[in-house]
Design a protein around this ligand. Structure first.
Ligand code: FAD
Length: 429
C-alpha cells in the first residue's frame, strides 16, 4: 500500500473492510487473540507513516453514512469511515453543513479529526472542534463512548487521537444550518498584502493566501457567507481556471521544473502570472474543496498567531536567498485555539504555514530550513504532514501530552494500536 503522495509504502499481512460496528469489534478481538497489531487507514492522505503497518490494516470504506440527525440542534452522528464529500451531500439533504472544511474533501471523517485537520478562519477551530461525541472500539475490544459532558478528559484525548485509542466507529458533529459562500480568488502583491494580513483574517470568515516563491505575487482566497442569490451555475471560466489550469497546466510545469531544476524560479513566475480571478457563490460543501490531481509532499507547521509576521519575513528571506529548486506556493491559514490535548492549536490561536514540493523532487534541505525556523518559534507540526519530531520534542511541545499518554495506556494497555512509527515518535517501548 502507498499513501496519496506515494512517499510512504507498506505491506500489511491482511486488509479488513468491516461493514458494521459488530464486525469492527470482531476484527479487534481477533487481533487481540492472535497477538496481532492493527492500524487504520482513511484515504491515506497523510504524508507521514501514521497509517503504515506490517500487520493488520483496517479500512472503514464499507462503513459510511449518516446514523442519525437532530434537525433542531443541528447535530449529526455519522459512521466514522464516511468520506467528507459524501458527508457534505448527506448533511445538505438535511439542511445542514459542517462549519468549516479544509481544501480537499476526499478524506474520511475519522482520519480528518484524528490528525487535527483544519481549514482557515480566525473564529473557527480545527475540524476536531466540530466533534461533540465519539464512539470507538478500544485495545481491550470494548466499546467506549464519550462526549463533552460524558467522560470529558477522555473526550479531549479522543478528539485528536491518531488512531492510538482504538478504532473510531461513530462521530457526532455539531453542524450549522446550510450556508452559501461568496468565494473570491485574486492575484495580489505580497508586499502590499503583508501589512494587511491580520485585518484580512479578522474581517473575513475564511481568508488564506499562497505566496509564489521568488515573485512579489500572492494568490488570495476569501470567502464570506451570503444570504441572497442562487448558487452560480458551473461556469466554463471557473472550470478552466480551477480544474484545468490548477491541475493539468500545473502538472506540466511541475514536470518541466523536475527535468530542468534551473528553471524553478522561472516556473514560479509563470505560475504566478497564470493566476486568474475567480468569483462565485455556492453552498459551502461545494466550494471549500478543490481537486488536487498533482501529487506533492507537504510540511505544515502551526505557530502562535502573534509570531506570524516575524516568521513570514524570515521565511521569505530564506527562500529568496537560498534559491531552493522549488516552485510550489507557500500557504498561510489561521485557526482559533482549542483545548484538545494533542491539537497543534492547543491553548493558542494559531497561524499555519504549509510548504510543498512536487512528489518526484527532493524536499530535505528546503523542509529542514523551514522546520528549523518554525521550531524556533514554538512550531508544532500538523500530525499528518512531514516533520522530524523526536519523542522529547513531542513531550516538550504538548503541555497535555502526559495526560494523553495516560488515556492511551488505559485504552490500549497491550499496544494493539501501536506501530513502530508511533513507538518511536511517542517514546513507547
Ligand atoms: C491533497 C491534500 C490536501 C490536504 N488538505 C488539507 C487541508 O486543507 N487541511 C489539513 O489540515 N490537512 C490537509 N491534508 C492532510 C489530510 O487532511 C490529513 O492528513 C487527514 O488525516 C487525511 O485523512 P485520511 O482520511 O486520508 O486519513 P489517513 O491519512 O488515512 O489517516 C490519518 C490517521 O487517522 C487514523 N484513522 C483513520 N481511520 C481511523 C478510524 N476509523 N479510527 C481511528 N483512527 C483512524 C489513521 O490510523 C491515521 O493515524 C491534505 C492532504 C492532501 C494529500
Amino acid at each position: 500500500m502507498k499513501n496519496w503522495a506515494g512517499n510512504i509504502e507498506w505491506t500489511p499481512t491482511a486488509i479488513e473492510y468491516p461493514a458494521s460496528e459488530e464486525a469492527i469489534q470482531q476484527v479487534v478481538l481477533k487481533a487481540i487473540n492472535d497477538r496481532q497489531k492493527i492500524r487504520m487507514i482513511g484515504t491515506g492522505h497523510s504524508f507521514t507513516a501514521i497509517c503504515a503497518t506490517n500487520e493488520v490494516m483496517v479500512s472503514l470504506d464499507q462503513y459510511q453514512g449518516l446514523i442519525s440527525v437532530d434537525r433542531e440542534k443541528y447535530t449529526a452522528t455519522v459512521k466514522a469511515g464516511t468520506k467528507l464529500n459524501l458527508l457534505g451531500d448527506l448533511l445538505f439533504e438535511q439542511g445542514m453543513a459542517m462549519e468549516n472544511l479544509g481544501d480537499v474533501d476526499v478524506q474520511s471523517i475519522a482520519g480528518t479529526i484524528s490528525t487535527g485537520t483544519h481549514g482557515t478562519g480566525q473564529e473557527l477551530g480545527t475540524i476536531s472542534t466540530q466533534v461533540i461525541a465519539l464512539r470507538w472500539i478500544n485495545g481491550k475490544g470494548e466499546m467506549v463512548e464519550c462526549s463533552a459532558e460524558k467522560n470529558h478528559s477522555l473526550f479531549k484525548a479522543a478528539q485528536v487521537s491518531l488512531g492510538l485509542l482504538g478504532i473510531l466507529t461513530e462521530v457526532t458533529l455539531q453542524c450549522v444550518p446550510a450556508y452559501k459562500l461568496l468565494v473570491q480568488n485574486r492575484k495580489e502583491s505580497i508586499e502590499k498584502l503583508l501589512p494587511e494580513v491580520k485585518a484580512r483574517h479578522a474581517n473575513n470568515r475564511n481568508f488564506e493566501f499562497y505566496w509564489m516563491p521568488y515573485t512579489d505575487l500572492a494568490w488570495t482566497k476569501t470567502s464570506n457567507i451570503v444570504e441572497l442569490g442562487e448558487p452560480d451555475k458551473d461556469n466554463f471560466f471557473n472550470y478552466w481556471s480551477e480544474y484545468v489550469l490548477e491541475n493539468y497546466g500545473f502538472k506540466l510545469l511541475c514536470e518541466w521544473a523536475h527535468l530542468f531544476p534551473s528553471q524553478n524560479e522561472r516556473i514560479s513566475k509563470i505560475s504566478a502570472a497564470a493566476i486568474t480571478e475567480v468569483k462565485k457563490v455556492h453552498y459551502s460543501h461545494k466550494v471549500y474543496a478543490t481537486q488536487r490531481l498533482v501529487r506533492f509532499k507537504e510540511m505544515e507547521y502551526n505557530i502562535p498567531v502573534e509570531a506570524f509576521d516575524e516568521v513570514w519575513k524570515e521565511l521569505m528571506k530564506i527562500v529568496n536567498s537560498r534559491k531552493y529548486n522549488i516552485h510550489f506556493p507557500i500557504e498561510n491559514r489561521v485557526v482559533k485555539g482549542d483545548d484538545i490535548l494533542l491539537s497543534p492549536a492547543y491553548q493558542r490561536d494559531s497561524a499555519y504555514i504549509a510548504c510543498h514540493v512536487y512528489n518526484k523532487k527532493d524536499h530535505h534541505a528546503y523542509f529542514k530550513a523551514l522546520e528549523d525556523l518554525f521550531r524556533a518559534y514554538g512550531g508544532r507540526p500538523h500530525w499528518g504532514k512531514m516533520n522530524n519530531l523526536t519523542a522529547k520534542d513531542v513531550a516538550d511541545l504538548y503541555p497535555a501530552f502526559s495526560s494523553f499518554a495516560t488515556h492511551r495506556a488505559d485504552q490500549d494497555p497491550d499496544g494493539v494500536f501501536l506501530s513502530p512509527y508511533f513507538q518511536k515518535l511517542f517514546g513507547i517501548n
